[in-house]
Design a protein around this ligand. Sequence first.
Ligand SMILES: [Zn+2]
Ligand SMILES: [Zn+2]
Length: 169
Amino acid sequence: MSRPIERPPSESKEGVRVTVRCPECDASLPFESAEAPGAIRCGKCGRGIPLKVSAALQADTAVDVCPVCDGPDFYVRRDFDPRMGLAFVVTGALVSGVFYFFNLDLIAYSVLAAAVLIDLVIYTRLKDITVCYRCHAEFRGSYPRAAGAFDLHTADVLEPEWQRRIGRR
Ligand SMILES: [Zn+2]
Ligand SMILES: [Zn+2]
């Protein structure tokens, strides 16, 4: 029973939030898949990027084909900015260092432990996003995550393919 789920347009107003990477200047360009724009223009460098938003992507039922590069290859990762997590732990370590300096070891360790714990909690509560292997477009929505985890070998094959297509190599 694999009949595609059809939803009336009124229910799928949200769509998938897609973040496209500009091929020219790497700027992050967001758009809503429900609006299915035929193209977007980079606000930074002015480059026009043609888009082909699939019906499934528009309805937030699946990420099947990338609207930017036409590629069907994706991986799933946590929607997490590693720099943010690191900044949090570093701040925790600094605060803890101050307490340590004043011989308040127990408080120092508690602060550090709390920072690490909060970091973990933030990490586990994050949602998964789908990312395109070729052009690094990101897809945030309520569609089921069907892609696998990041595979370095696949990326090594597919990334250069896209880079050649946009004339970066
Ligand atoms: Zn640009
Ligand atoms: Zn792509």
